[in-house]
Design a binder for this molecule. Structure first.
Ligand SMILES: Cc1cc2nc3c(=O)[nH]c(=O)nc-3n(C[C@H](O)[C@H](O)[C@H](O)COP(=O)(O)OP(=O)(O)OC[C@H]3O[C@@H](n4cnc5c(N)ncnc54)[C@H](O)[C@@H]3O)c2cc1C
Length: 448
C-alpha cells in the first residue's frame, strides 16, 4: 500500500534540500523517501498509522530553526512538515487564550495577541520562521523567559498524534489540571520523539504598558557578572537579564544602535516592564544596580529604540555566524553562581582547541550560548570546534548544570544525556520513549 492511499497526492513531495537539514545547516544532512505536508490532524494520524504499519521512520519538521539537528531525518523514511496545519482554531482575547494549529509561526501568535492588547511571552530568536509545534517540541525559551518562563508554561492543552496513529487530547482551555500524570509536560520538550503535536491551547497575559531596557557596559566579565549579581539581589524582577561577552561585542557591537562605549568588554541587558509606574520604578532600581563599576549605562525609553535594541540583540547570532561562516552555538545552563566560570572557561576551552570562542545568552536563567567558530571549508577546524563543544558539556555537568537549557539534545548532542542523568535516570528516560513509541520510529536516534 502506497502513502498516496492515505493522504492526497498533492500533500506528498519529493524529498528536497530544505527538508533534509536544519536552517542553520550545522553540518547534519539527512535523507528521506518522502516529505508529507498534511493539512488536517486526521491526515497526520493516517501518515503515522502508515509508517507504523510499514516500519518507516517518521521525523517531524516545524520551521527547521532548531539548533540541535532535531528535525533532520537521520534515519531516512518520511519527513512530516506542519506548515499547512496553520489555522487559528479559536481566539478568545477576553479570556486570554488562543487555540492554534502546530504550524502557526511563533511570530503570528505574538502579533495576533498583541493586536488585542495581549502578550504571548515566549520569544525565541527565530520567531518569524519557528512554529508553535516546534516551540512546544523544544520547550523554547528566549530573553524574556527570565520573568515569564519558557513555552511549556504557556501551554494549557495539546492535541497530539501518538503511535500507532491515535489522536489524544491532554489539558485544554483550562488553567488547572492535575487529574492524570503530567502527560502534557512529557510532550513539551520531547523533540518529536513521543508524539506529533497538531494543535495547542495557549495561555496569554495582558501586554505590559511599558518596557524599559537598562543596559550596562563593563571593562571585563568579572565586573559584568558582579552587576548581574547585584541585579538579582536588588529585589526587583526584571523581564530579562542578558549578557554579551567581549568577543561577542567585538563581532556584533558595530550595529548596536546606541554606540558601544570605548573599552567595553562585557554588556548586560536588563528590562523593566509592567504598568508605566511599575516599569519606571523597576528601571530606576536596575539603573542603580548596573551603574556601579560600569563604563556606561544606557536606558532607551522610546518604543522604537526599544524594538531596535531587541532587533539588534536577535541579530547577534547572525553577526557571530558571519565571522567564519560556521558556529557551534551551544545552550548549556548552569546555576546562577557559576556564570563567571562559564564566561571564563568558554574562552579557555576555545584556546585549548585553537578555535575562536565567545559567550552570550540568557544570564538570568544561567542559560549561556557558549559558541565556537569554524570555517565550513576547514574540516580540521570544524572538528576542533566540535571537540570544544564536548569539553563545554563536561564543564556544564561539572558546574552542576545541564547540557541543554533551550535547544534540546536532538542529534548533535547524542550521547550526552546518559552522562547527565546517570545509568538509572537514562534507563527511566528510555522506558518512557519505549512506552510511547515501542517500534522506535518517531524521530529515531534523537533525544538520547
Ligand atoms: C537565530 C536563532 C535564534 C534562536 N533563538 C532561540 C531562543 O532564544 N530560544 C530558544 O529556545 N531557541 C532558539 N532558537 C532555536 C529554535 O528557534 C527553537 O528551538 C524553535 O523552538 C524550533 O522551532 P521550529 O519550528 O523551527 O522546529 P524545528 O527546528 O523544525 O524542529 C525542532 C524539533 O521539534 C520537533 N518538532 C517540530 N514540530 C513538531 C511537531 N508539530 N510535533 C512534534 N515535534 C515537532 C522536530 O522533530 C525537532 O526535533 C533559535 C534559532 C535560531 C536560528
Amino acid at each position: 500500500m502506497e502513502l498516496t492511499s492515505v493522504v492526497p497526492a498533492e500533500a506528498i513531495l519529493e524529498p528536497q534540500g530544505r527538508y533534509l537539514a536544519d536552517l542553520m545547516g550545522r553540518g547534519v544532512q539527512g535523507t528521506a523517501d518522502a516529505v508529507v505536508l498534511p493539512s488536517t490532524t486526521e491526515e497526520v494520524a493516517a501518515v503515522m498509522r502508515w509508517c507504523y504499519e510499514h516500519n518507516v521512520p517518521l521525523t517531524a519538521r516545524g520551521g527547521g530553526t532548531g539548533l540541535a539537528g532535531g528535525a533532520v531525518p537521520v534515519s531516512g523514511g518520511v519527513v512530516i512538515g506542519f506548515e499547512r496545519l496553520n489555522k487559528v482554531r479559536q481566539f478568545d482575547p477576553l479570556l486570554w487564550r488562543m487555540h492554534v494549529e502546530a504550524g502557526v509561526t511563533t511570530g503570528d501568535v505574538q502579533r495576533l495577541a498583541r493586536e488585542s492588547g495581549l502578550r504571548f511571552p515566549p520569544d525565541p530568536g527565530a520567531a518569524e520562521i519557528s512554529q508553535i509545534g516546534g516551540n512546544i517540541a523544544c520547550n523554547a525559551g528566549g530573553p524574556h523567559a527570565f520573568k515569564y518562563g519558557v513555552t511549556g508554561h504557556w501551554v494549557t492543552g495539546l492535541e497530539v498524534v501518538v503511535p500507532p496513529g491515535e489522536i489524544v487530547h491532554v489539558g485544554g482551555p483550562i488553567r488547572k489540571d492535575v487529574a492524570a500524570y503530567d502527560l502534557k509536560s512529557l510532550f513539551v520538550g520531547s523533540e518529536g520523539t513521543l508524539g506529533l503535536v497538531t494543535d495547542a491551547w495557549l495561555r496569554l497575559v495582558p501586554a505590559p504598558e511599558l518596557e524599559l531596557p537598562v543596559i550596562g557596559f563593563y571593562p571585563d566579565a568579572d565586573a559584568g557578572v558582579s552587576a548581574i549579581e547585584r541585579v538579582l539581589a536588588s529585589g526587583v524582577v526584571p523581564a530579562a537579564i542578558e549578557y554579551l561577552d567581549g568577543v561577542t561585542l567585538e563581532y556584533s557591537g558595530g550595529a548596536y544602535p546606541f554606540g558601544v562605549p570605548d573599552g567595553a568588554a562585557f554588556m548586560v541587558i536588563t528590562e523593566a516592564d509592567g504598568s508605566a509606574a511599575e516599569a519606571r520604578r523597576v528601571a530606576a532600581e536596575l539603573h542603580e544596580a548596573l551603574a556601579e563599576d560600569s563604563l556606561a549605562v544606557h536606558a532607551p525609553d522610546d518604543a522604537a529604540d526599544v524594538s531596535e535594541l531587541w532587533r539588534w540583540r536577535g541579530g547577534a547570532a547572525f553577526a557571530i555566524l558571519a565571522q567564519r561562516g560556521g558556529a557551534y552555538s551551544e545552550d548549556i545552563a548552569v546555576p546562577l553562581d557559576k556564570l563567571r566560570d562559564v564566561a571564563r572557561e568558554t574562552l579557555e576551552i576555545g584556546e585549548r582547541h585553537n578555535v575562536p570562542a565567545l559567550s552570550f545568552g540568557h544570564a538570568g536563567d544561567g542559560n549561556i550560548h557558549s559558541t565556537f567558530l569554524f570555517s565550513p571549508d576547514d574540516a580540521d577546524e570544524q572538528q576542533r570546534a566540535d571537540d570544544a563543544c564536548h569539553e563545554l558539556f563536561e564543564l556544564a555537568l561539572r558546574l552542576g548544570g545541564t547540557v541543554s537549557g533551550e535547544h534540546g539534545i536532538g542529534w548533535l548532542k547524542r550521547g550526552q544525556l546518559e552522562h547527565q542523568l546517570g545509568a538509572a535516570g537514562y534507563d527511566l528516560h528510555m522506558k518512557i520513549k519505549q512506552a510511547f513509541d515501542p517500534k522506535n520510529l518517531l524521530n529515531p536516534g534523537k533525544k538520547q
